[in-house]
Design a protein around this ligand. Structure first.
Ligand code: HEC
Ligand code: HEC
Ligand code: HEC
Ligand code: HEC
Ligand code: HEC
Length: 222
């Protein structure tokens, strides 16, 4: 009904849907969950918007070897991974390529902080899903597991489906993804010779008592 959609915010619809699923579950209809777990979630894979500045991760994070946290400063401290303000770029670009047309929007934003660069968001979850970068990154999950080889991308592209089935797939067997925390931003890291991902992952999982939500709906829908 059109009127309902205009009057009620989107989360109410979602809350109703979630409680309906909840009711179905308590009635013993596990099939509902099964359906979600097998749904092919490939929506938005390949999404690659053109950005207002032709900023290249391949150059800065790849060839120059800059750490992700130099720019995404909150990624291990907050739920949200901050995209850097123009000031961060101007650390170098007051001198390097200082008259480049490609950096015009950065210089404008630097001169007037009220007009930040309007980057287009690439990865996006619905509002009714709770996600925290800090928990994953500090737990030992690398950016590469969820974003792919950003350090090889000229333009950032979404490479993973980010759907519920995908989240839960990793939560069931996190040992396939866990690595020592100091290597989470080293996207080309591989287990040292003589060990396997499985062994390292299981050790970290057991030592740090890592149990991501799988059947606990409220873990991701708060
Ligand atoms: C010099 C600063 C800088 C460094 C270093 C950097 N980034 Fe970025 N990153 C940006 C900027 C600016 C954007 C927004 C524009 C874009 O999407 O390219 C961005 C966007 C992103 C996005 C997309 C965000 C969205 O909208 O969904 C991801 C993912 C990302 N960076 C991951 C990484 C990873 C992983 C590393 C380390 C390997 C890294 N970045 C290193 C500046 C940086
Ligand atoms: C640590 C220093 C450093 C930082 C910080 C930095 N850059 Fe760069 N950037 C460089 C270097 C070095 C080059 C390559 C210059 C060359 O080709 O001679 C470059 C090149 C570029 C170019 C290409 C310019 C051209 O005319 O070819 C763009 C666009 C750019 N950077 C955007 C950004 C943005 C946006 C940020 C902030 C999110 C940023 N850079 C942060 C060092 C930096
Ligand atoms: C477990 C999966 C996962 C890991 C690990 C991960 N991200 Fe993300 N990232 C996401 C998801 C999902 C989003 C979209 C979040 C949203 O819309 O609420 C996102 C969004 C972003 C954004 C856009 C801003 C934001 O918070 O929405 C940036 C920048 C980013 N990630 C950078 C990184 C960097 C850098 C790392 C590694 C240090 C990293 N991410 C590790 C899943 C992950
Ligand atoms: C590649 C593996 C991986 C993927 C993909 C992944 N997670 Fe996780 N997630 C983990 C691990 C490992 C933990 C446990 C971290 C810890 O306890 O230190 C976790 C924990 C969580 C938690 C618990 C946070 C808390 O406060 O305890 C939530 C919520 C969560 N993830 C949501 C998501 C969502 C939503 C997605 C999909 C968009 C997702 N995760 C994708 C590995 C993953
Ligand atoms: C690991 C995190 C995680 C857990 C645990 C989880 N979900 Fe989800 N759920 C998600 C994500 C992410 C989405 C968004 C999917 C998308 O956008 O395609 C979602 C979407 C949904 C939706 C909306 C589907 C739609 O079409 O809008 C429902 C309903 C839902 N979940 C129910 C549940 C129920 C019931 C449980 C418990 C059995 C549960 N979820 C457990 C992450 C999770």
């Amino acid at each position: 009904m059109k009127a309902t959609k205009l009057i009620f915010p989107k989360w109410i619809n979602t809350a109703v849907r979630l409680s309906l699923v909840g009711a179905a579950l308590t009635a013993g209809t596990i099939a509902v969950v099964g359906k979600f777990l097998t749904m092919p979630e490939t929506v938005d894979v390949g999404y690659q918007p053109t950005q207002p500045v032709p900023y290249s991760h391949k150059l800065h994070a790849g060839e120059m070897g800059m750490d992700c946290r130099f720019c995404h400063t909150t990624v291990d401290k907050a739920d949200f991974a901050a995209v850097p303000p123009a000031n961060t770029c101007m650390v170098c670009h007051t001198a390097i390529k200082k008259d480049s047309d490609k950096l015009a929007a950065i210089r404008q934003a630097f001169a007037d902080p009220n007009k930040p660069v309007q980057w287009t968001k690439v990865h996006k979850l619905p509002d009714f899903v709770y996600f925290s970068h800090k928990v994953h990154v500090n737990g030992g999950v690398s950016c590469v597991s969820c974003h792919g080889r950003v350090d090889q991308m000229e333009v950032v592209q979404q490479q993973k489906p980010l759907g519920m089935a995908w989240c839960i797939e990793c939560h069931k067997n996190p040992e396939n993804a866990l690595r020592p925390k100091e290597f989470v931003t080293k996207l080309d890291w591989t287990p040292p010779a003589g060990t396997t991902q499985q062994e390292i992952g299981l050790k970290i999982k057991n030592e740090n008592k890592i149990h991501p939500p799988v059947e606990n709906c409220a873990g991701c829908h708060r």
